[in-house]
Write a protein that binds this ligand. Structure first.
Ligand code: F6R
Length: 608
């Protein structure tokens, strides 16, 4: 999704803005631009396409000036084009605006402004902000912004600069994320931390309905109505290297390799030597747990797949029924929520709009809200009653990998903690589960020790038009994740199917050499899966099975076998997914895809 960067200080603004935008590239975008105040005039450069096009233009003809705003756009209103790119400006080019999110009532405002004679050049919703500012501006930029915001509806963040107020940048947050970076004799605004991390680790995380007046040597924070506010400075605890590729070809492969550490970092602070669990920001008591009669787990995409494991673990250990739903569906359904409902929102970014709105819906009906998220201070974390942070570190590749495995590990620890409090697990079962969980990082590392085999498998399937993934129970859940990974990074059509459901339709698509990835990592369902493997093999499929180490029998039925270390059925999917991530990565690499930034996708989906 779109990205914002702003700078005010004594240095040349343009390179700081473009470098910041580069760090936001992972969010997904289709055009980029900057506006810089240069010798009493606002100069705007903006182009459709990669940031390199903008960089090239600035290299040819540099822009001077120490105050500016920049933007990467992910098209919502109007196609990707130079004219629809941000920043946008009023007709006299005295006020420039960058904007993330959507202004829902822009059509109505546009018609009003057109009736007054304002001419629109783009198809964007953003342009109404520029002309409205023009209409309200009488020398006081802050007041003009306040009036404009009073008219806008939607979820958005704004960065505003004005030729006639050269000492300040204005930032506004209405739902869409925005931070203010605190420097020395220079300050920043940005939609995400990596954009300014090179310059400062101290930030203010803005809340909904807040505004910042950012000057070179001061930052004033206030509510939109002007009421001053104070905020704690948030100190970022990771550094620039964590957001760099560190010798790997892509962030995706780097992040796949970071999984043992990410799982360890997520688990070990919560697990003591005596096997007790301590969850920092989860305050659920036995009384709370006895009160719940159901749990909803709500998320999108990969986070939803992690939620499916959450259901298995919570139902097994805590013995409360769990419904897992996609946030964009849940919002428009008629869910049964009241004070007896626990809702667990899963989101790497903590900013996914549908998940956030689902949270608000649950809250309004009295549910207790828990968040599992990777981003400290994100919107979802802030509005939840209880939070479990996954300590995966920054995830830059659009395709989620380490966030997923840490979400899975988090569900294991949440379910066990709830079960102990509720008294729904025996001591023996608990000990087995905890001991297994403690070994998870090492077992993940073992898989990553030998990955050449997966590269060979990628060679076998990378030219296929379709790939099927099959599994049962949690093997099916992880099959869905494997299939999603393959399609999003390699653009090969792929489908995941329950092993037992194949013969009810999808089997018709299996013919000679159709690749079928068959997950058979659970002892409980192994025999059933073996029958399904034989079914597809009999139709000529090229079967790549995934099983636990030591299972030699499966080699008789499958063409290839990927082995994972021995593990309990409950935790097997947290390991099975790793070879599937690698497979997707190597297939995409052979097909020459833009792995970290797949077409049409964005890292943080902050629009509906
Ligand atoms: C797929 C992927 C997406 C995200 C989804 C939710 O690889 O990354 O499916 O999982 O957009 O994002 P978060 O977890 O940030 O809410």
């Amino acid at each position: 999704m779109c990205g914002i960067v702003g700078y005010i200080g004594s240095k040349c603004a343009a390179p700081i803005l473009t470098e910041g935008l580069e760090k936001l590239e992972y969010r997904g975008y289709d055009s980029a631009g900057v506006a810089v105040l240069n010798s009493g005039a606002i100069e705007i450069r903006k182009f459709k396409g990669r940031l390199a096009v903008l960089d090239e233009d600035i290299k040819k003809k540099s822009i001077e000036g120490n105050i500016g705003i920049g933007h990467t756009r992910w098209a919502t209103h109007g196609e990707p084009s130079d004219v629809n790119s941000h920043p946008h400006a009023n007709e006299k080019s005295s006020i420039a605006v960058v904007h993330n999110g959507i202004i829902e009532n822009y059509m109505e405002i546009k018609e009003e402004l057109q009736a007054k004679g304002y001419k629109f050049v783009s198809e964007t919703d953003t342009e109404v902000v520029c002309h409205l500012l023009d209409e309200y501006y009488d020398g006081n930029l802050v007041e003009a912004v306040q009036k404009v915001v009073g008219k806008l509806e939607g979820a958005y963040a704004l960065g505003v600069m004005c030729r006639d107020n050269p000492e300040e940048l204005i930032a506004v947050r209405m739902t869409s994320p925005l931070i203010v970076g605190i420097g020395e004799e220079e300050n920043f605004i940005a939609s995400d931390i990596p954009a300014i991390l090179k310059h400062t680790k101290n930030v203010y995380i803005m809340d909904d309905g807040e505004m910042a007046i950012v000057k070179k040597d001061s930052i004033s924070l206030m509510k939109i109505d002007g009421t001053p506010i104070t905020k704690d400075v948030y100190e970022v605890n990771w550094d620039v290297e964590a957001a760099e590729k560190g010798g790997y070809d892509h962030f995706m492969i780097k992040e796949i390799h970071e999984q043992p550490k990410a799982i360890r970092d997520t688990l070990s602070p919560r697990l003591s030597n005596d096997n007790t669990i301590k969850l920092d920001d989860i305050k659920l008591t036995k009384e709370d747990l006895d009160n719940f009669n159901k749990v909803y787990i709500i998320a999108c995409g990969t986070a939803y797949h992690a939620g499916l494991l959450g259901k298995t673990l919570i139902e097994k250990y805590v013995k409360i029924p769990v419904i897992v739903d996609i946030a964009s569906e849940f919002r428009y359904s008629n869910p049964f929520i009241d004070e007896k409902t626990l809702m667990i929102m899963v989101s790497q970014s903590g900013e996914t709009l549908d998940t956030f709105e689902a949270l608000r819906l649950g809250k309004s009906k009295g549910a207790r809200i828990m968040a599992v998220t990777n981003v400290v201070g994100s919107s979802i974390a802030r509005e939840a009653d209880d939070v479990l942070y996954t300590w995966a570190g920054p995830e830059i590749a659009v395709a989620s990998t380490k966030a997923y495995t840490t979400q899975m590990a988090s569900f294991a620890i949440i379910a066990l903690d709830m079960a102990v409090k509720k008294g729904s697990i025996s001591d023996e079962e608990y000990e087995v589960a905890i001991n297994e969980l403690k070994q998870l990082p090492d077992k993940a590392a073992e898989i990553l020790e030998d990955i050449d085999f997966v590269k060979d498998l990628a060679e076998e399937i990378y030219e296929s038009e379709h790939v099927f993934y099959i599994g049962r129970g949690i093997d099916f859940d992880v099959a869905r994740e494997g299939s999603l990974k393959l399609k999003e990074v390699s653009y090969i059509h792929s489908e995941a199917m329950q092993g037992g459901e194949l013969k009810h339709g999808t089997l018709a698509l299996v013919e000679k050499n159709t690749p079928v990835i068959a997950l058979a990592a659970q002892d409980r369902l192994y025999d059933k899966m073996l029958s399904n493997i034989k079914e597809v093999k009999a139709r000529g499929a090229h079967v790549i099975a995934l099983a636990k180490k030591g299972n030699k029998e499966i080699e008789k039925s499958a063409d290839r076998v990927i082995y994972i270390p021995d593990v309990t059925d409950e935790l097997s999917s947290a390991l099975s997914v790793i070879p599937l991530q690698l497979l997707a990565y190597y297939v995409a690499s052979l097909r020459g895809c833009d792995i970290d930034k797949p077409r049409n996708l964005a890292k943080s989906v902050t629009v509906e």
